[in-house]
Design a protein around this ligand. Structure first.
Ligand code: ATP
Ligand code: FE
Length: 368
């Protein structure tokens, strides 16, 4: 069985054809990151326009590289939730007409479920497992119990960690920094942090008095901004021109993000153990999303995993960020289970907001 996966939920137009065993036969990705970097954030109408311009070619190239004819496909799997409405709409519209034209079954995919399960394409990871997803748009802890069976333990109450790192990087004008001009905010901060002292600015770890598994990053961003402003004033320099201690600010910011993620994850593991939500034999923690590429954050999660007897799995960067393969893989998982497969003429709509699984966030808090 062969599945075509299509992803347009945010700023990447991506497609991939994979086999039932997870062999990647062909893939193609067009990233809009450079355009959005210039405008300092995603403008939805611009993202929509770029998806429209590229989707036909991206899907065509993925198919051509795979040598698969559309008639050979067992299904087309497409992200329909959550994401930017205008972006989701392009992928869904394209997929709808594609499956009608070729009479292919259609599988609507939840973007975060796909992120969570991608690890299973790379190696056998039995359900249930704990997963921490951290990216530019999301931050959540969940137990994956099955293809369409998730327990949500925590999520961000304001912004996502990648977003925070991007905003701090922008505040420091890191795109003008000679070593960082082509890097995302998170990458720039990781690079500079290597030469910084994370103890120089003791930022408070967020939500120290809230005993649950939710996240908050906007308070940290305020602390960092205040520090930057103070330093700029001290040196009597223009906004966004600080050079003297950017490495230390980067290191301290990264350290605080890592501590926050590690503490919430530790609590999630304890909650899972107390409630028998993870297998007693070789329980697994999966770390994914764009921010998971960060080696410092990986190390912090590694310490938690080791201390609690979990094995930490972190897919390679290309599988952590948005891609077509993960959507195709979700299609394969659903085909295997016979779950959520629709006829080509089914009426499907996209959902910009879509929670992941059963919400246990208040139970976690009550148990603490
Ligand atoms: P989502 O997947 O939630 O829809 P997205 O497309 O922004 O959102 P990704 O492509 O998974 O998310 O990740 C991009 C984010 O990851 C950016 O915010 C970027 O700064 C961050 N990021 C990338 N590399 C690193 C790194 N090495 N360290 C920290 N953050 C990083
Ligand atoms: Fe994503």
């Amino acid at each position: 069985r062969l599945v075509l996966g299509i992803e347009t939920s945010c700023d990447d137009t991506a497609a991939a054809v994979i086999s039932e065993t997870g062999t990647i036969l062909g893939e193609c990705l067009h990233s809009q990151k450079e355009v959005h970097l210039r405008t300092g954030g995603i403008v939805p109408t611009v993202a929509q326009q770029l998806h429209k311009e590229h989707i036909e070619r991206v899907v065509q190239e993925a198919l051509e590289r795979s040598g698969v004819d559309p008639r050979q496909l067992s299904a087309v799997a497409t992200t329909v939730k959550p994401g930017l409405a205008l972006s989701l709409g392009v992928g869904l519209e394209f997929s709808r007409s594609f499956v009608r034209r070729h009479s292919t079954p259609f599988i609507p995919v939840h973007h975060m479920e796909a992120h969570a399960l991608t690890v299973r394409l790379l190696q056998p990871v039995p359900f249930p497992f704990l997963v921490l997803l951290v990216s530019g748009g999301h931050s959540l802890l969940a137990v994956a119990r099955g293809v369409d069976d998730f327990l949500l333990l925590g999520h961000t109450l304001d912004e996502a960690p990648g977003d925070t790192l991007d905003k701090v990087a922008r505040r420091l004008s890191l795109t003008e920094h000679p070593r960082c001009s082509t890097l995302s905010g998170g990458q720039a901060i990781e690079l500079l942090a290597q030469q910084g002292d994370h103890l120089r600015f003791p930022f408070r770890t967020p939500m120290g008095q809230t005993y649950d598994c939710c996240f908050s990053f906007s308070g940290l961003r305020n602390q960092v901004n205040t520090t930057i402003e103070k330093k700029e004033a001290e040196e009597g320099i223009e906004r966004g021109t600080l050079l003297s201690c950017v490495n230390d600010i980067a290191a301290a910011t990264q350290h605080t993000v890592a501590c926050h993620l590690a503490k919430r994850t530790h609590r999630a593991v304890l909650f899972c153990k107390a409630n028998g939500l993870l297998p007693s034999l070789a329980p697994t923690l999966v770390l994914s999303g764009g921010v998971a590429s960060n080696q410092y954050i990986r190390k912090a999660l590694g310490i938690i995993a080791e201390a609690t007897g979990l094995r930490l799995l972190c897919p390679p960067a290309k599988f952590c960020t948005d891609n077509g393969v993960m959507i195709a893989w979700n299609g394969v998982e659903r085909l295997r289970e016979g779950k959520g497969i629709l006829p080509p003429d089914a009426d499907v709509s996209y959902e910009p907001k879509a929670p992941l699984g059963v919400d246990l966030t208040s139970q976690v808090k009550a148990a603490a």
